[in-house]
Every structure is written in C-alpha cells, then in structure tokens.
Design a binder for this molecule. Structure first.
Ligand SMILES: Nc1nc2c(ncn2[C@@H]2O[C@H](COP(=O)(O)OP(=O)(O)OP(=O)(O)O)[C@@H](O)[C@H]2O)c(=O)[nH]1
Length: 395
C-alpha cells in the first residue's frame, strides 16, 4: 500500500519517530502524562492477570508481538478479500468483481497508528478441523475475529459455522471480540436488512445460551463495500482495541465544547477508519463528509505537498505588502496540513496529528470568526493526542 501522504510525512513526520525513540518514560512528563502512564500500566497488569490462565505458553514471533490482529473469516465468496482490499488498499469497489478466490491465508501488516495485522482466510478452511493450524499462535494475541456473512445468499451454513467457531473460541479465548459483518447489504431494503440482522442475532445468541455462554462478546454490523458502512464498521472494531479510548473521546468532546465544533473525528488517514470521536451522536453524513474531505486534502497534498518553493517565489510571497515570513502568515506552522473549506455554511477543518492520524472537525458557522483561538485549542489537543499515543504505544 502506498502512503499517499508520504510527501508530508517527510516534511512533518520525521521528528515524531526520532522523539519517540528517545522518549524516557517518567522523564520530564507532566502530571497528566504521569497519571495516564500509571493508569495504563495498572490496567495492563490487571488484564495480564485476567488472561494469565488462558495465555498461550508459546511466545508469539517478535515481529508480530503486540500487534493486534484482525482475522477475516467466513464462507467462500462472502466478500472477505474485497473488504480488505477496499478498506486497506484503496481498491475501487467495482474492481473487486475481478478478485480471485483466496487459496492461502493472506497476512497484511498495516502501517498505522497501532500497526495492526489483517489476516484474510480462504473461505473453505476450517481451522478447528485442520491439525496443521496453531490455534494458540493465531488467537494468542489480542484482536478481533471478523466473520463475514453474505446477506444476499443463503446464510444458514455460514451461521452454523460461525456458531461452532464462537463456541470453540469461548472455551479458550473468551476475550477475543467477535464481530459479525452481515455483508453485501447494498440493494436490500431497510426492512429486509433489519429482518436478516434480527434472525442471525437470534440464531447465534440462542446457540450460545444453550451452551451456557450468556454474555459472549459478539457484535453485529450491516456492511457493504459500496458505501461508507464498511469503514464505519471497521472503525467500531478498531476502537475496541484501543486502550483508554475514553480519554481520547473526552479530549475530543472538550475540544468540541471549547471551539463550538459540531463534530470531531480522529482519523487513521490511510484507511479512513476513525479512531475516536466526541460524545455527540455520530451520524453517517458527518462521517462521510469528513472522510471525503481527507481525500480532498490528500489529492491537494499529492499535487502541492512536497513542493519546494524556489527562493525567488518565496521572496515574492514574503515581500510587500505582507513583509512577513511565510510561516508567520499562516494559522499554524504546518500550513499544508491545516486547511479550511466551506461546506454549505459549515467550515470543515483538518489538522494533521502525525504521519498516520488527522483530526477532522465540522465547525459551526460562527466559529470561523474565531480561527486563531480555534487553532490554539486544536494545537493543544493535537499535542495531547501525540502524548497519548506516545504513552500507550507498544506496551
Ligand atoms: N453487492 C456486493 N458485492 C460484494 C460486496 N463485497 C464483495 N462483493 C462481491 O463478492 C464477490 C466475492 O468477493 P471476494 O472478496 O472474492 O470473497 P472472499 O470471501 O474473499 O472469497 P474467497 O477468497 O473465495 O474466500 C466479488 O464478486 C465481490 O465483488 C458488497 O459489499 N456488495
């Protein structure tokens, strides 16, 4: 996957890496940072203790250790490879028609804010029947199992296989999140979609409670690669893997209150999955516009992002009537990463956090007049977000 923001990465991202490798835990941390570190550590120890009995003896490979894993499973032709290609490789949905059937497990490492992996399983494989699979190595790391069901096909067999899988997992790995994507719902009426969802949910929950598992962590999503629902569903899945998500949400909620934003999202730029949002109810329309806006910025960046201004052109820009250095003429020092466009009367603002993340907010009409104040608040939150990921990273 090519990083479309790479031009900007080079401009703004290098320092982050250098800083992170030098950061000393506890050294020169603010009280808030120390507190977050302490709470995070406590939580991690607690989780380790809880998982202690179930944890596999065998240590996972060093290269994959600590990387959450998303396993895509389901029947043949249910749409697993299409989902992975559209969300993580930017394949246009219509081109998934030409994807070949997956013959072996496809493992993709996603360079992202949390470096997760996506494993795409061939539809015909039954991992519990096949003794060559090391189940411990597969499910030992934290992550989620995404089970894809084709809603346009007969789903009885898919549901039966899912039930067997959940029951097997519940016994050994009760903490693995199971996310059921009721997929290809494009073209189905709203009533029919809900009927299918209800039917599948009941079939799975009945089976689980028959076996004594009342509160298994199973969640259902209606998805399609032909609209934003697949990104929305992945956002929800990824959010469950983020430690201390509540802190991120609180930061964004506070930002919305102080800057009078209507909605703020923290996006993983490459996949356009949102990592967190403020506490106001999320609606598809606001997510769609923010996510489309990222595309606009990426396209503009591709054209102008890494563009070096010639000394003469720079002199013109900094000369009369402005008589100011270019950096001082813009709202922030990262002029190319912070732009404001007007949608109707609501400006949208994007601010790059680091090379993977961007903060996108829908502003209210009057908040545009207070741009310097808004920028100042955004700057503080961006710094807070960087600290958050610095502290919670690779622990
Ligand atoms: N209508 C519709 N078709 C979809 C959607 N997602 C995938 N498809 C189609 O479903 C077909 C099968 O998709 P694949 O991604 O190859 O399915 P798979 O689950 O990876 O199949 P195996 O590799 O055989 O296990 C393709 O023709 C896709 O275009 C969707 O959301 N809506």
């Amino acid at each position: 996957m090519s990083s479309r923001l790479r031009g900007r990465d080079i401009l703004h991202g290098q320092d982050d890496d250098a800083q992170s490798s030098q950061a000393q835990p506890g050294a020169a941390l603010s009280p808030a940072q120390q507190n977050l570190t302490r709470v995070f550590e406590q939580n991690r120890h607690k989780q380790q203790k809880q998982n202690g009995a179930k944890a596999p003896e065998q240590a996972p490979e060093a290269s994959t250790k600590g990387k959450p894993r998303l396993l895509l499973m389901g029947q043949r032709r249910s749409g697993k490879s299409s989902i992975s290609s559209v969300v993580f490789h930017k394949l246009p949905p219509s081109e998934t028609l030409f994807l070949e059937s997956t013959a072996r497990i496809q493992k993709d490492s996603m360079p992202s804010f949390m470096d997760f992996q996506v494993w795409d399983f061939p539809g015909q494989i039954d991992i519990f029947e096949n003794p060559t699979f090391d189940i411990d190595a597969m499910f030992g790391e934290i992550g989620a199992l995404i089970w894809v069901i084709d809603a346009q096909d007969d789903y009885m067999e898919a549901v039966a296989r899912l039930n067997v899988t959940i029951l097997n997992l519940q016994r050994s790995y009760p903490n693995i999140k199971i996310e059921v994507f009721i997929h290809k719902v494009d073209g189905l009426s709203d009533d029919y979609k809900l009927d299918i969802q209800r039917d599948i949910t009941i079939r799975i929950q009945d089976e689980l409670s028959d076996h004594g598992f009342e509160n298994a962590p199973v969640t259902f999503h209606l998805t399609s690669i032909y609209n934003h629902s697949i990104f929305e569903a992945f956002s929800k899945v990824i959010q469950k893997l983020i430690p201390r998500l509540g802190i991120l949400e609180a930061m964004l909620t506070n930002l919305c209150r102080t800057c009078r934003f209507e909605k703020a999202y923290l996006f993983d730029v490459l996949s356009k999955i949102y990592i967190a949002t403020d506490s106001a109810p999320a609606d598809m329309a606001s997510y769609e516009i923010c996510s489309d806006y990222i595309d606009v910025i990426i396209d503009v960046t591709e054209v102008y992002g890494g563009w070096q201004r010639s000394p003469r052109y720079r002199e013109n820009l900094e000369g009369p009537p402005w008589n100011q250095k270019l950096e001082d003429q813009v709202a922030t020092n990262w002029a190319e990463s912070c732009m404001v466009l007007s949608d109707g009367n609501k400006p949208i603002m994007l601010r790059e956090v680091d090379k993977y993340l961007a903060l996108v907010a829908i502003m209210k009409e009057d908040s545009y007049d207070k741009m310097p104040l808004v920028n100042m608040n955004v700057e503080v939150v961006v710094q807070g977000l960087k600290d958050f990921f610095e502290i919670t990273k690779s622990k």
